[in-house]
Design a binder for this molecule. Structure first.
Ligand SMILES: C[S@@+](CC[C@H](N)C(=O)[O-])C[C@H]1O[C@@H](n2cnc3c(N)ncnc32)[C@H](O)[C@@H]1O
Length: 511
């Protein structure tokens, strides 16, 4: 099996040494240590060399080569046992045959690989359901479309070692730490003293993920599901405290509590942009006044079905310069009959049929049984003249007010979310409120920026815009609104007949 299938990232010795000395400084000493996937044994080496080594260390590793290296490193040291095994075939509660008693520390760095990646690698390095059947809730976890092997290992350790009251300190992705936290809370498993200490995974492992040392005490002391988050292994003061408000996990409880008045229900419905899954035919780029698709074909179709397109990359504060893109919008609402295009837009009908294979290849089941060339994320809101759009992908939220371009409503793709407006002033005012530093602070307090799509419709719907606008200083909002309106006007995005009349909130909600 490949290194990738084993999620193989051996921990460099300097990082091991920092972790071992941190644990010592926190008073987490132990008589017994388990390194559940010990690789070459770097953590064991670090523990043996740190002074006052544990009385007994057990390492488990699947790779024969690493087992040999770890055994060589441990030498004749009778305190160390390296077992060659697949941890998913073991029961940590019964199979470890401890020789000593005393406090148990679990330390290490479980594999960094997801079940989806294992599927692609045709690897079976997965927890077999039969071995996990006694772990409540694991089915929900392993049944999830994508879960991390490290999550399954965390849960196995917590469950099977529960009676031995271990301290567990493992390097893992921050997303894994959050999922484990949600799991223990959902199942009311007693944990306390949980902390996350961020590490630079790019530096240590050349991996582009957010990772940490996640530590918790299991079945000891008063249960607490709050987690102190430290900027690094060496900082002594936490930068924030993560915890639950209701069932929502909040990254920064202090900031959140201060700005909780913004939390509520959005009076307006946030919409996701257009989804078509056929970008090479549907999305066009302007070259010298002509439209081209990604197949480099010149496209001549009825212009009434083309709309200026904004993608996530256009959602930057400085990105006022227009990259001239268009998208074909063959329907005005989801499920609309497209056969009529044959008469109404014969050029478009011909073009779409020439590329029908691209539409037939669309995997998502949402397209099944729908009219040919169907799209999603389309409705009356798509055609509103003004919008406030935001990308779901970026770590810095920026709400962009957009108006008409070339007299046409702008649409965005499905990586973005939008609010529709009939007036430029209302769109500008909403963008001003959403981009206000207070709102951004609130968003920072509820958003895990390391998620693949940190901004979601669910998250945006939690901003009580009416309440927010009431609380923000009016002169400040007015000044920001005017600035946005000036920019829209300078870009020619405001209709000449734009009235200063603002829609009533009720009207806006109807869009
Ligand atoms: C991220 S590496 C870390 C190794 C070591 N803990 C360290 O920190 O240097 C993960 C290790 O898990 C091992 N591994 C992967 N799947 C395993 C399994 N099912 N059972 C036991 N070990 C496994 C890999 O061979 C690899 O050595």
């Amino acid at each position: 099996m490949s290194k990738r299938a084993f999620g193989d990232f051996q921990t460099p010795m300097p990082l091991v040494e920092s972790i071992v000395s941190l644990l010592k400084s926190l008073g987490i000493g132990a008589n017994r240590v388990l390194e559940p996937t010990c690789g070459r044994g770097n953590f064991i080496h670090g523990l043996l060399n740190a002074g006052a080594p544990p009385a007994e260390i057990v390492g488990i590793e699947i790779s024969q080569e690493y087992v040999a290296q770890a055994r060589l490193m441990a030498g004749e040291n009778g305190a160390v046992r390296i077992l060659q095994a697949n941890i998913f075939d073991m029961d940590f509660g019964h199979d470890l045959s401890w020789q000593k008693d005393g406090d148990l520390l679990v330390v290490g760095n479980p594999p960094w690989v997801t079940n989806a990646a294992l599927g692609l690698l045709e690897s079976d390095n997965l927890p077999a359901k039969r071995n996990l059947k006694n772990l409540p809730g694991i089915d929900a976890l392993t049944g999830a479309s994508n879960f991390d092997l490290a999550e399954a290992i965390w849960i196995k350790l917590i469950r099977e070692l529960y009676d031995q009251k271990p301290v567990i300190a493992l390097l893992c992705k921050t997303s894994v730490a959050r999922n484990v936290l949600q799991y223990v809370r959902r199942h009311q498993i007693a944990i306390t003293d949980a902390s996350i200490r961020l590490i630079d995974a790019r530096h240590w492992f050349n991996a582009a993920v957010d990772a940490c040392l996640f530590t918790m005490s299991v079945n000891r002391g008063k249960t607490c599901y709050e987690v102190e988050v430290y900027e690094s292994l060496s900082t002594s003061q936490p930068q924030s405290r993560m915890g639950f408000i209701g069932d929502s996990l909040i990254p920064d409880l202090r900031q959140y509590t201060e700005l909780q008045y913004i939390e509520g229900k959005s009076p307006y419905v946030w919409r996701q942009g257009i989804k078509h899954d056929a970008a090479s035919a549907m999305e066009l780029i302007d070259r010298d006044g002509n439209w081209y698709n990604a197949l480099d074909e010149r496209v001549e179709v009825e212009e009434t079905y083309l709309y200026p397109l904004l993608k996530s990359s256009d959602m930057r504060p400085s990105q006022r310069k227009l990259v001239k893109r268009a998208v074909i919008v063959p329907q005005r609402h989801v499920g609309e009959n497209t056969w009529k295009l044959r008469q109404d837009a014969p050029e478009l009908w011909r073009y779409l049929n020439q590329h029908i294979n691209l539409f037939e290849l669309r995997k998502s089941s949402i397209y099944k049984g729908k009219p040919p060339f169907s799209i999603f994320g389309v409705g009356s809101y798509t055609f509103s003249p003004y919008k406030v759009c935001v990308s779901g992908l970026y770590k810095m939220p920026y709400f962009k007010a957009v108006g008409l371009r070339g007299g046409r409503p702008v649409v965005c793709d499905d990586t973005c979310y939008l609010l529709p407006f009939n007036s430029a002033s209302q769109a500008a005012r909403t963008a001003a409120a959403l981009n206000h530093p207070i709102t951004i602070r609130f968003l920072n307090s509820i958003t895990f920026w390391d998620a693949k799509r940190p901004i979601t419709k669910g998250l945006l719907s939690r901003i009580n815009l009416d309440g927010l606008i009431e609380r923000l200083p009016e002169p400040d909002i007015r000044h920001r609104t005017e600035k946005i309106l000036d920019e829209l006007a300078a870009n020619g995005e405001i209709e000449t007949l734009e009235s200063a009349v603002m829609e009533s909130p009720a009207q806006l909600r109807l869009l």
